[in-house]
Design a protein around this ligand. Structure first.
Ligand code: SAH
Length: 261
């Protein structure tokens, strides 16, 4: 735990207010890519992954690492170069093609058995596979399970009404020893409509930290995460000021599965 001293004193609300009902359609995301409204993309990669890489890897090598809602995150190449196998999922084909072109990687394109209309783009080296489809079409049967997950701009990008579905899916994709790094954001949700959406600590706990009833997903029965907050830092920038905000915090969690008898 560190950096808490930098954080402005803010009373965190568990009420996500008007954002609860906000829906960003798939079409709107594709348009963002077309219109180049991709301010979320970090050309130099994210400082948090650099800082907590050792936590994600936890001394292991040759991992399968998942990037949900991957965009064209440059860290995918970075981790693949370290010998890990990277799997991503992204709605926008344009984002995925840009990733391979910008990273100077040749790739092949194949249909995905089991997901109608979906494609998977694979690097020629074979260690990067990026699915072009909605994350909700993916399952462990199609993509396997993962030793590590890097979730930045992902949980905070999905529609608030889909969070439970998303969390259950992520739990189902975790290997027993999976280290899941999750980056969430905190700001005054009455002042910006999102995305990124405001996800309070209390919601992270209820999504991942409580027992899931597993009505239809029997394999999830008993899956629950231990949730550790690694840091909470002020990330306020001019962009956030332009959105009408007066504070913006980035919170990093480590989720690991613990077995429940
Ligand atoms: N994680 C990336 C991108 C964050 S922006 C990064 O850190 O740069 C969120 C991305 O999710 C966008 O590229 C958007 O096209 C994609 N997306 C939104 N909804 C999705 C869904 N249901 N399934 C897959 N991708 C989705």
């Amino acid at each position: 735990m560190d950096s808490f001293t930098d954080v402005p004193r803010i009373k965190e609300s568990s009420d996500i207010g008007q954002q609860q009902c906000r829906v960003v359609t798939e079409e709107e995301w594709l348009q963002k890519w077309q219109m180049r409204k991709i301010g979320f993309h970090k050309e130099q990669g994210h400082r948090i992954l650099r800082k907590y890489l050792d936590v994600l890897l936890n001394g292991r090598s040759g991992l399968r690492i998942f990037f949900p809602l991957c965009g064209k995150a440059v860290e995918m190449k970075w981790l693949a170069d370290m010998g890990h196998c990277v799997v991503g999922v992204e709605l926008s084909e344009c984002a995925l093609k840009e990733f391979f072109t910008e990273q100077n990687l040749s790739y092949s394109e194949e249909p995905v058995p089991g997901i109608s209309g979906a494609k998977v783009f694979k690097s020629t080296s074979g260690n990067i596979s990026l699915y072009c489809c909605s994350i909700y079409d993916l399952s462990s049967t199609i993509a396997g399970r993962f030793d590590g997950i890097w979730d930045r701009g992902s949980l905070v990008a999905i529609n608030p009404c889909d969070r439970e579905h998303y969390a259950n899916l992520m739990l189902s994709l975790m290997e027993g020893s999976c280290c899941y790094l999750l980056v969430s954001v905190l700001y005054d949700s009455n002042k910006h409509k999102g995305p990124p959406f405001y996800v309070p600590d209390s919601e992270i706990k209820s999504l991942f930290g409580l027992l899931i009833s597993g009505e239809n997903i029997t394999s999830l029965k008993g899956k629950v995460c231990e949730i550790k907050c690694l840091e909470k830092v002020d990330d306020f920038s001019d962009q956030h000021k332009a959105w009408g905000l007066d504070y913006f915090l980035e919170v990093t969690y480590l989720l690991t599965l613990k077995s429940v008898p």
